[in-house]
Design a protein around this ligand. Structure first.
Ligand SMILES: NC(=O)c1ccc[n+]([C@@H]2O[C@H](COP(=O)([O-])OP(=O)(O)OC[C@H]3O[C@@H](n4cnc5c(N)ncnc54)[C@H](O)[C@@H]3O)[C@@H](O)[C@H]2O)c1
Length: 394
């Protein structure tokens, strides 16, 4: 099959579309998240009725050949290496930022200046100051922005959020959140941008705690008051990517922190990329006055629910399978019980973003949420350094 077949099919599909109006996306970066985002772009109008048709228009990379190959494989119409030129185009509506953390700020600011709506990967930027500037510019330009904290949109998480916010477990007292991976447990795994502070900002903390902070803010509506953190780097140098020599690792392998929330609730957070056996164990448990709810990404369609209002002798955690048509997003997919997976969280995220953009309504998580997450990340880093509790900036 000729290399350009996918792209030419997509081209003829786009040109034969009379309605709905296309929403053209330029995606910057085309590896792990590029694959996940572009899959969502291609699925979203097949499963969600949206006022506009998402068109994966152009992939922007740093190497022309690799960007063209990605465009072909992911179903984009074009590829480019000159971002400024892409931003100057009038037909591009949305810029999707799927690059390492150090580039989010510059790409997003340029896209907003050019009048584009932006979807950006997490963590939003490298510093609190940068996130504030990004949020301020988006507001000034009246553009729609979103942050890819996709776990909010697992059906079971969306159900848990609904249950907690409507009071099913009463006032929230405690948050327990862990995000455990093991891919850096092995000291022979090479260094990458994810182990280099100037490219990523922090290690497991910015990578995984960022998700936990967003997830638990969304689930509970709680805001952080102060935090007390500690971090450890177990492997302080790794083979470098070129296969010659070693590179210093200057970010955490594991980062834990305690949290006090405004209003009296407390929380514990743990992120690690060095927990042998744990692949993507992202689990949050929320305890309230009248019950508890827990969710674990590795069993992502299930919710563990304990409610105190059952008779004492019939109490216990029960498992709710959140793939019935009454559950969030489930009816958009398959018959009851025909479960969904990791990639669907990105489809849901994009569907809600497009709906918000078309209705000119705010989308969450937006950049203000990115600011709030960054404030917690930074306070925890400051605390880990000083050994004292740190206030979270408001
Ligand atoms: N939402 C999630 O669940 C999730 C999961 C993984 C990663 N992420 C985030 O997504 C972002 C990308 O991570 P990834 O796993 O896809 O990384 P990756 O290393 O797999 O891909 C990064 C891509 O960006 C390109 N790139 C690097 N610097 C660039 C620049 N300055 N300009 C243009 N392109 C550039 C690379 O060539 C590559 O295509 C990170 O911010 C990461 O924290 C989020």
């Amino acid at each position: 099959m000729p290399k350009s077949t996918l792209a030419s099919r997509a081209k003829s599909r786009a040109s034969s579309m009379s309605s709905p109006e296309p929403l053209r996306i330029a995606m910057v970066g085309h590896a792990f998240m590029g694959r996940a985002h572009s899959n969502a772009m291609r699925q979203v109008n097949r499963f969600f009725d949206l006022p506009r048709m998402v068109v994966p228009q152009i992939v922007v990379g740093r190497d022309a050949e690799r960007a063209a190959a990605a465009a072909d494989q992911f179903g984009f119409l074009e590829s480019a290496i000159d971002l400024d030129h892409v931003l100057a185009r009038e037909d591009i509506d949305v810029v999707d930022v799927a690059t390492p953390n150090d580039s989010h700020y510059a790409i997003t600011m340029a896209a907003l200046e050019a009048g584009k709506h932006v979807l950006c990967e997490k963590p939003l930027a490298m510093t609190l100051q940068q996130t504030k500037e990004m949020a301020a510019l988006a507001k000034k330009k009246k553009l729609r922005v979103g942050l890819w904290h996709n776990y909010r949109r697992a059906p079971a998480v969306a159900l848990a959020q609904k249950m907690i916010l409507r009071g099913d477990i009463g006032k929230v007292r405690q948050v327990r959140a862990v995000y455990l991976q093991d891919w850096l447990a092995d000291a022979s795994v090479p260094a990458s941008w994810r182990t280099d502070k100037k490219l990523c900002g922090s290690g497991a903390h910015g990578d995984l705690n960022a998700h936990l902070i967003d997830l638990t803010r969304a689930l509970t509506g709680l805001e952080f008051e102060s935090v007390c953190g500690m971090q450890q780097t177990f492997t302080t140098e790794r083979p470098n990517g070129s296969g010659k020599g070693k590179s210093k690792v200057d970010v955490d392998d594991a980062f834990c922190f305690l949290a006090k929330f405004r209003g009296g609730a407390i929380g514990t957070y743990e992120a690690t990329r060095a927990a042998p056996g744990r692949k993507n164990y992202n689990r949050v448990e929320i305890s309230g006055e009248k019950g508890s709810i827990a969710w674990n990404l590795e069993r992502m369609n299930e919710l563990e629910v304990f409610l105190l209002d059952a008779p004492r002798d019939a109490q216990g955690f029960r498992t709710v399978m959140c793939m019935d048509s009454v559950h969030p997003y489930a009816a958009n997919w398959w018959p009851d019980g025909h479960i969904v997976g990791y990639e669907h969280t990105f489809v849901h995220h994009l569907a809600d973003f497009v709906a918000a953009l078309c209705a000119n309504k705010p989308f969450a998580p937006g950049f203000d949420d990115g600011v709030a997450v960054q404030a917690v990340l930074e306070a925890a880093l400051q605390s880990a350094k000083s050994g004292a509790w740190a206030k979270v900036a408001r």
